[in-house]
Design a protein around this ligand. Sequence first.
Ligand code: NAP
Length: 283
Amino acid sequence: MTAKLIDGVALSRTMRAEVAARAAALRERGKPPALAVVLVGDDPASQVYVRNKIKACEECGVHSIFERYDASLSEAELLARIAAFNADASVHGILIQLPLPRHIDPQKVIAAIATAKDVDGFSVHSAGCLVAGLPGLRPATPYGCMKLLQSTGIDARGKHAVVIGRSNTVGKPMALLLLQANATVTVCHSATPDLAVHTRQADIVIAAVGRRNMLRADMVKPGAVVIDVGMNRNEDGKLCGDVDFEAVRQVAGWITPVPGGVGPMTITMLLVNTLEAAERASV
Ligand code: NAP
């Protein structure tokens, strides 16, 4: 068997076109959607991420307000900027690019963002809404994984899903979203003694570890859906995921490539969250 590819680039394109249409509808009503993006310091990777997010906003007709500060910005000054964005009805989403300089407590900063504008979905309140099954903004990467899964036409209900990784930003919200979709969920992590015992039983595997080739073909049930969140570099410096793609695609039913799978969906879901926040604010 050769797995069907789950094309994150194509799905992303379709979803961004929908975002653009929704953004145009809001603009027509005089309520243009807007995302505030704050970058503190000069971390090179963060600069690239921020640039890509702003570019995606522009392409979809979402207004972006970009503020860049020197690494010496104080925590109090950053909290004051967040308070100003919270109070500004023309701003619908607030994104503080992480990591922050060491003297700024990220938890305090994230907690300061109004829940209705928490488009990263990283606050304790947003996480609590997810746990409680209440409406709210969901973290972009696992939200994107759910859309990729849905694009296969396979219903998660009653399926056994194994999530490898338990970070607050990917693994845990991923498990909760799958649970909400009525999957039976197993979460594996670095203290899981025999990972393959779990993954071999899985109808759906989500790999979110950050270790190349950690999911091998002999660990996958024939026909399973495999979604690869990992972002690693091989010895040639080429981007690759956590899954041994060439071998696993011979066993799985569906598989996401890296690049071109989860990656493009993450920024797309940030745009979707911004639109959801703007639409909720406009009623
Ligand atoms: P993270 O915070 O480092 O979490 C990694 C998780 O993997 C941890 O829960 C860890 O377990 C677990 N783990 C480590 N070794 C393991 C092993 N041998 N067996 C099973 N589990 C193991 O990373 P993250 O932020 O969740 O990101 C995971 C990967 O996704 C990274 O490669 C990251 O770059 C990528 N990523 C991609 C996107 C995208 O847009 N494509 C977005 C976000 C992240 P413990 O909790 O026990 O330490």
